[in-house]
Design a protein around this ligand. Structure first.
Ligand SMILES: Cc1cc2nc3c(=O)[nH]c(=O)nc-3n(C[C@H](O)[C@H](O)[C@H](O)COP(=O)(O)OP(=O)(O)OC[C@H]3O[C@@H](n4cnc5c(N)ncnc54)[C@H](O)[C@@H]3O)c2cc1C
Length: 436
């Protein structure tokens, strides 16, 4: 176990550290080894989990400082964003050393095996089973919408380990090896033209008992930690990580490349959970409106201001949360509110962007070549960003819990409104009515 030091001046400290350690001629693997073991890959993690115990907003500042310095950022993906904080919270120290070190150094990539064909919003209704067999568990079932499953080495799996307990109480969180005969992936192509998702079929797949994270049948608490980080991270546009210039893991094939060659060009976009670059919103669309001579249209101006307002309120909310936490408090529901605001911003960006483009908004390049041809034909490289964002805009209001589910959570857990009446919490899962 390595315990890192907390830091009082994160941006100054990381910049000084970069002066000494950044070398563009290192391989990606060598660079991430330095960055991760120094606690700068995921600085929100606690100091016993290869982090520096920073707040989310300080971690965003650190990430920006790494970009400003011109160094390669931390590994992208769901390992850093979701698996690491979940294991840091619920795992043993031995599990933290085993799994989190490989995440912060980019050696292993992760995917999230939560949703199933019959269990998305009602995640606790999942039917994938894990049955104990000596020192192992045997897993059978199907997951779906598994982002980045193609490049994952390990999966955050939640499976039912006690069907006779009420549904929230019979679930366990496992770290499953994706490279085994019992795990089969089938990519799903979305309307963006990308195949980001997969169906994952598990047939007698195996997980060792020491890969149970948290207590047996207590996986709902661990899953909620994962979801909480997903909502907060997505609402903040990344936060602990998940936004980097290169893809981790043994499958993506980037570990042996020269680190300096993967430093992203400075741009106005940020990567989202697994989707394409998201435009920076108001400022980019304002420039587009100016370029098209539509910035004097009062309705366009009104929406540009709405967009700017949403961006600003989001930033102020993050600062308010930071100040409240620094004083030992919390603002309940802020992660849910942040995610709802992100959905609003993305929808408004889609509608406004397409309105600005007019008929040209029906053109979209699905491949790199098509995109280049379109840029040349229209002379407007922003067009592809706007249409790409518009096609992807349906996703943020769904992933990480739909808008309706965020509102339910705020209503029930923050405002104390009565829950929908049902006996789900007390009836054994095996006795609940099911679709199939
Ligand atoms: C881009 C993207 C990436 C994703 N990545 C992953 C991933 O990596 N791993 C993973 O496990 N999953 C992933 N998902 C799946 C995602 O978590 C689910 O799609 C989501 O939880 C909704 O579940 P569902 O699709 O089954 O919809 P359903 O749960 O069937 O919902 C259908 C509709 O009914 C509404 N609804 C359902 N229940 C209620 C209720 N109680 N009250 C009010 N309205 C309700 C919903 O809001 C929705 O509008 C991803 C999804 C997207 C879009």
């Amino acid at each position: 176990m390595s315990t890192l030091e907390a830091t009082a001046n994160p941006v100054a400290d990381v910049t000084a550290w970069l002066e000494e350690h950044w070398d563009p001629d290192l391989t990606v693997a060598e660079w991430w080894e330095r960055l991760g073991t120094a606690g700068w890959s995921a600085p929100t993690l606690p100091t016993n989990a290869f982090g520096r115990g920073l707040s989310r907003s300080d971690a965003v500042a650190v990430q920006r400082a790494i970009g400003d310095f011109g160094a390669l950022g931390p590994p992208s993906g769901l390992g850093l964003l979701l698996a690491a904080p979940t294991i840091a919270t619920h795992g043993t120290q031995e599990q933290i050393d085993r799994y989190v070190l490989d995440i912060v150094t980019g050696q292993r990539a992760w995917c999230q095996l939560f949703s199933e064909p019959g269990a998305g919003s009602d995640l606790a209704g999942l039917t994938t089973r894990a049955v104990r067999d000596g020192d192992e568990w045997i897993v059978n079932g199907q997951k779906v919408w598994t982002s980045l499953g193609q490049t994952a080495d390990l999966g955050m799996l939640i499976a039912r380990t006690n069907p006779d307990a009420p549904k929230h109480q019979g679930i366990t969180w496992f770290a499953i090896d994706m490279h085994q005969p019992g795990v089969e992936l089938r990519p799903l192509v979305e309307m963006t033209g990308h195949a980001m998702f997969n169906e994952v079929f598990m047939t007698d797949a195996r997980v060792p008992n020491d890969a149970v994270i948290g207590d047996l049948n207590a996986g709902w608490a661990a899953a909620n930690t994962t979801l909480q980080h997903e909502r907060a991270g997505l609402g903040a546009g990344g936060g602990t990580g998940g936004v980097g210039g290169a893809t981790p893991g043994t499958v993506a094939g980037q570990l042996d490349l020269r680190a300096g060659d993967l430093v992203p060009q400075r741009s106005t976009g940020t990567k989202t959970k697994a989707g394409p670059a998201r435009t920076s919103g108001a400022s980019m669309l304002t420039e587009l409106a100016r370029g098209l001579g539509k910035h004097t249209d009062p309705l366009i101006r009104q929406d540009l201001v709405r967009m700017h307002t949403l961006d600003t309120v989001g930033r102020l909310n993050a600062q308010r949360l930071k100040a409240t936490r620094a004083a030992g408090g919390d603002i309940r529901g802020m992660a849910n509110i942040s995610k709802l605001m992100m959905s609003d911003t993305v929808r408004l960006g889609r509608d406004l962007g397409l309105r600005l483009l007019g008929p040209a908004g029906t053109l979209h390049g699905y491949t790199r070549e098509q995109r280049a041809a379109l840029d040349e034909a229209t002379g407007n490289p922003v067009l592809g960003i706007v249409t790409g964002t518009a096609l992807y805009a349906q996703a943020p209001p769904i992933y990480g819990g739909t808008d309706q589910i965020q509102r339910n959570i705020i209503g029930e857990r923050v405002l104390g409104l009565p829950k929908e009446p049902n006996n789900d919490k007390t009836t054994p899962f095996s006795e609940l009515p099911k679709n199939q």
